[in-house]
Design a protein around this ligand. Structure first.
Ligand code: CA
Length: 243
């Protein structure tokens, strides 16, 4: 049996498709190519793929629309290929269900690196959802053109807030990640301390307060109008639940 992960390429430019096919084969994948969205959808119905590389500009429609159609029935990871930088905002901002994107022109090596990273992340997400809730949650309001308010990227130890990567210290990252894992849940300072500090006994409750304060300041620089962290007097903190 073929153990190579099957990858579907939906791309109307044969030269680009050839490059992709060659690069992916070289890296141990089993790529297949469709030149139209319609053919891509048919291929996805016929068999399951480990990942889809999806061109945004297809002759029979937009890759974004195709992704929405795919998402109606499948959680297969999708990497968008975009021809124009102006499309990037849409890729990043709208909740199209894409997992990553590459702007043309890109190197084959860049593509295979992204494919591997997305597959690793998908593996971990599957393992995590088998254990419990995933760490990525859409939060409160979603301004037009933006995705989930707060997205935890464990791989890069980074958290994006309304599309912008927060510059966080180690403890701020751990605190916010803990809160984001359970929006709406109130954590006591003790619980947050246990989660975020290696040696909780050595720290004081007000360490949590101090880090929450710096976290809020950083979140405010991105969205002055919102405060996603809620203080519960005498209890602790929570991240506002999705509305
Ligand atoms: Ca195209």
């Amino acid at each position: 049996m073929d153990e190579r992960p099957p990858i579907l390429i939906v791309e109307d430019e044969p030269a680009i498709a050839d490059t992709l096919l060659y690069a992916l084969k070289t890296e141990g994948f089993a790529p297949e190519w469709c030149a139209t969205g319609r053919a891509g959808l048919a291929a996805l119905t016929a068999k399951s793929f480990a990942l889809v590389v999806l061109d945004v500009g297809l002759p029979d429609g937009s890759g974004f629309d195709l992704c929405k159609q795919i998402r109606a029935t499948s959680a297969v990871p999708v990497i968008f290929l975009t021809a124009r930088n102006t499309e990037l905002d849409r890729v990043l901002g709208l909740e199209l269900g894409g997992d990553d994107y590459l702007a043309k022109p890109f190197s084959p090596r860049e593509l295979t690196a992204r494919v591997k990273a997305v597959l690793r992340r998908a593996d971990r997400t599957a393992a995590a959802s088998a254990r419990g809730p995933a760490v990525c949650h859409p939060l409160d309001d979603k301004p037009p053109g933006r995705g989930a308010a707060l997205v935890v990227d464990d791989e890069r130890c980074a958290i994006r807030y309304r599309g912008t990567v927060l510059q966080l210290t180690r403890y701020e990252f751990r605190l916010l990640k803990a809160l984001a894992a359970n929006p709406g849940r109130v954590f006591s300072r003790d619980q947050l301390m246990q989660t975020a500090w290696e040696d909780p006994g050595a720290s004081l409750d007000r360490t949590v307060d101090a880090h929450i304060k710096t976290l809020r300041a950083k979140l405010r620089t991105i969205a002055p109008d919102g405060d996603p962290i809620q203080t519960h007097r005498g209890l602790g903190y929570s991240l506002r639940a999705a509305q």
